[in-house]
Design a protein around this ligand. Structure first.
Ligand code: ADP
Length: 373
């Protein structure tokens, strides 16, 4: 039986392990927090820091393959493991490119992949000299996620909100739609694409609000999305699973926003709504089995369940019974004991042939279900 490790024990690791139960595989988690969402679903829990060279190297050296559920891992250790014959998904070289927003943007430019124009700023002083580039979006090079490393700069008065660290300043796009394309690539370089996902972002939290898949887009735009997302993944030259986030503007032009080299929040509906989920697919890739079927069984919506404003402490789920009583609604709680405002605590998937039913239920669930303390 193959031994496969996951760096990080959050909800992505948890859902990966749920899918692993269907396969002959022995699973390992490296994570500091013994109470993390993935801790009790793996065969072997190893306490350690995913950013520390020795912890990652020692964790990985007896394994057949290793993957990540978050980008902030020690890629030097992954590189050494790769040299010693451990299969790493994604390849450390691809992870290095993606992990740093500056390198990621330079990669798009080199590969002639459409992505908003940008300049690199090393610190606040350099940013202040770029008033002429506004309106723009400032994105910190390393360490930002879930909107925390992104600042919208509309006018020169906003410049002080930027990051005093290496970052990219990117032209602001007038976004018509935000689409996520999930693509799996196996060791042979064969790939499969999931249907596009329409992501609706909460402007206040800068966090995904709800999403619908398959996104309703005209064929010509879909072709562009597919071609550009595939170009990103081909350029990265790595097996694994990737989520390419793209903007579509009013004129139908498509730009890459960013890429995640792992299972992604925008693919959670695939558990119920597609024949092979993104989690199932990654096991197929890592265990070197045939790729799965990405087709949608039914259209789906996802609502993220985040900690309500004003509540911090032991999590309680208000309205859960009412949501569970709804038809074709699937509740996923991540098993986090503590809630705080904006923390991702779970998600709800709705499937329905009728798109109006999806948005109606998504909005109802957002009003009914609250994580409080
Ligand atoms: P994160 O990795 O933290 O999710 P993103 O790079 O996806 O950060 O940015 C968060 C959100 O900010 C995006 O979903 C989008 O709504 C907005 N955004 C990012 N870049 C741009 C841009 N160039 N123009 C307009 N809006 C943007």
């Amino acid at each position: 039986m193959q031994k496969i490790g996951i760096l990080g024990g959050g909800q992505l690791g948890r859902m990966l392990l749920q899918a692993a139960a269907n396969y002959p595989v022995e699973t390992f988690i490296l994570e500091n927090d013994e109470q993390c969402p993935a801790a009790h679903l793996c065969h072997h829990f190893v306490k350690g820091d995913i950013r520390n060279f020795d912890d990652v190297y020692n964790f990985g050296k007896g394994l057949d393959a290793i993957t990540i559920e978050i980008e902030s891992v020690n890629e030097d250790a992954l590189e050494k493991l790769e040299q010693e014959g451990v299969r790493v998904y994604p390849k450390p070289s691809a992870l290095r490119t993606i992990k740093n927003k500056i390198l990621q943007k330079e990669f798009y430019k080199e590969q002639q992949i459409p992505s908003p124009a940008f300049v690199v700023t090393k610190n606040l002083a350099e940013l202040r000299a770029q008033a002429g580039f506004l309106p723009a979006v400032h994105k910190v090079g390393v360490g930002g996620y879930d909107g925390r490393g992104v600042q919208l700069l509309n006018s020169p008065a906003d410049l002080d909100k930027g990051f005093d660290a290496p970052a990219v300043l990117e032209k602001m796009v007038t976004i018509h739609r935000e689409i996520s394309m999930i693509i799996a690539v196996n060791d042979k370089g064969e790939n499969v694409l999931y249907p596009p996902v329409d992501m609706v972002v909460d402007p206040r939290l800068n966090l995904l609000d709800y999403q619908i898949s398959p996104a309703e887009i005209i064929e010509k735009t879909l072709w562009k999305l597919e071609a550009i997302a595939l170009a990103v993944v081909k350029g990265l030259k790595s097996p694994g699973i990737f989520a390419v986030e793209l903007f579509v503007d009013k004129g139908g032009d498509v730009f890459v926003n960013e890429t995640a080299p792992r299972v992604h929040n925008s693919g959670h509906h695939t558990i119920e709504a597609n024949y092979s989920s993104q989690f199932d697919m990654l096991w197929r890739v890592m265990l070197q089995y045939p790729l799965g079927n990405t087709d949608a069984i039914l259209p789906a919506a996802i609502v993220n369940l985040v900690g309500a404003e004003g509540f911090e402490g032991e999590a309680k789920y208000q309205g859960l019974e009412e949501v569970l009583a709804m038809d074709n609604v699937f509740v996923h709680l991540y098993g986090k004991k503590q809630t705080k405002p904006g923390r991702k605590m779970g998600h709800i998937t709705i499937v329905s042939r009728d798109k109006q039913d999806l948005t109606y239920k998504a909005n109802r669930i957002k009003n009914i279900l609250k994580v409080v303390s």
